[in-house]
Ligand binder design. Structure first.
Ligand SMILES: [Zn+2]
Length: 442
């Protein structure tokens, strides 16, 4: 009896997020994500997309969480709860959920996206999928509340497990955006209601080293407007490359296409999947001036048939230089398309500082420059809370136990420093590694 927590994945590392929480006799798993770097190396698949492959192979490659750290809890798992629709949080669900005889809970968009991922695979999937829109009793002693948060995809939630010992909160991923461009700001009132009632707070660390406050998505929209609406791109082919999961950004690009008098064309499977999930969850309705080309054959046909590409605003993946993604194929002549001098590529993204990504990205930029393409880089703001936002959340929740998560050792240390500065005693901060188990309430 009491509360225990097992750090399954994403502790002192970024990727394959997963945390198991045992409350009395019931176990809940929050997130089952992919380690994208390992996943891409193992499958050679493009960014933000998954296809069929074996569970064993993925586990060996370190691409999915090592669930064996909760082998002894397996039969007691009563629910898998998802925070948001990024693959480092939900990408392993199609491979691992069948091990547990329980439903999968998440926001309507997260569940819609998960369905898209499952439809893509040949493995059987029998767990019930439950979209959650209001607090729900999971077991006799545990009630789930999903608190609305903002991040770089939509319909993101802070997971709260209410029980007789006090609430357990998993916050990742989030930022505190009071001026989002799509959807509502975080539910600050619900967060404040939890103050002082939280027994454990699992907190994301990714941007803990940034001594600032993360700007709103409305700032990124303004940055995009300055490029797309204030520069003269008359007669040029214009590409924007961004994250297919970033529905708010895609929505801004759709609006700007209209303002530019251009038809918006999305390229690739990953874009198609996230847009379909957003439509299914009633978050976005694609207007008439938008076209989605899911398959390579459709993309080739589009470029073959078009005489005047300056009538279009073309949106694609590949901003990290992934060799198989659309932008690299465009640069390599993989489609029946050739850049003309002064055509435009806008990177509405940041570069993740990992050696493989930096090398791929440098190679892509070199090829684009070689074809005299004009590049607008870094038209982006992050979806992760910086130091001051993290400080606000940890001091507002004022949990008895604070558990850093979703960061490298350096990011985790920065998070712990924030907690120390905020006066949280070291005895209440628990720096866990993958596979560690801790008792929070006896
Ligand atoms: Zn995320």
């Amino acid at each position: 009896m009491g509360i225990e927590l097992t750090a399954i994945g994403g502790y002192n590392e970024v990727g394959r997020q997963s945390t198991a929480i045992k409350i009395d006799d019931d176990v809940f798993i929050v997130d089952l994500g992919l380690h994208l770097d390992q996943y891409i190396k193992y499958t050679e698949d493009e960014e933000e997309d998954i296809t069929t492959t074996s569970r064993r192979g993925l586990r060996k490659a370190g691409a999915i969480p090592d669930w064996t750290s909760i082998k002894d809890w397996k039969k007691d798992v009563k629910g898998i709860i998802l925070t948001h629709a990024h693959l480092d949080h939900i990408g392993a669900v199609p491979y691992l959920a069948e091990l547990f005889d329980c439903p999968v809970y998440g926001s309507p968009f997260t569940i819609a996206l998960l369905k898209q991922l499952i439809d893509d695979k040949t493995m059987k999937f029998e767990n019930e999928l439950i979209p959650v829109t209001k607090p729900i009793q999971l077991t006799e002693g545990v009630k789930l509340e999903l608190i609305h948060m903002t991040h770089s995809t939509v319909d993101c939630k802070m997971v709260v497990l209410h029980n007789k010992h006090g609430a357990v909160v998993v916050d990742n991923d989030f930022k505190l955006d009071r001026h989002p461009t799509l959807g509502k700001p975080p539910d600050f009132a619900a967060i404040e209601r939890l103050s002082g009632k939280v027994v454990a707070h699992v907190g994301e660390c990714l941007y803990a080293p940034h001594p600032s406050k993360t700007p709103s998505e409305s700032v990124a929209r303004k940055m995009l407007e300055e490029v797309l609406l204030e520069e003269d791109f008359e007669g040029r082919t214009v590409f924007v490359s961004t994250f297919s999961s970033h529905i708010a950004r895609l929505s801004s690009i759709i609006d700007m296409g209209k303002a530019m008098g251009r038809k918006v064309v999305f390229l690739g499977r990953s874009m198609a999947k996230y847009l379909a999930a957003a439509e299914e969850a009633n978050i976005l309705k694609l207007p008439k001036h938008v076209e989605v080309l899911k398959y390579g054959s459709q993309i080739r046909k589009f470029f073959k048939q078009q005489k005047d590409l300056s009538k279009y605003l073309i949106v694609c993946t590949g901003h990290m230089g992934e060799p198989k993604a659309a932008l690299a194929k465009l640069a390599d002549g993989g489609y029946p398309f050739k850049f003309k001098p002064d055509d435009v590529v806008v990177f509405s993204s940041n570069v993740i500082p990992m050696p493989l990504i930096i090398a791929n990205r440098d190679e892509l930029v070199r090829k684009l420059k070689g074809q005299h393409v004009r590049i607008f880089d870094g038209v982006h703001v992050s979806g992760h809370a910086s130091k001051e936002d993290l400080r606000w959340l940890m001091t507002t929740l004022a949990a008895k136990h604070l558990i850093p998560n979703h960061g490298t050792p350096e990011m985790t240390e920065a998070y712990i420093d924030i907690a120390r500065e905020a006066g949280i005693p070291p005895s209440r901060i628990h720096n866990l590694r993958e596979g560690d188990r801790i008792t929070l309430v006896e």
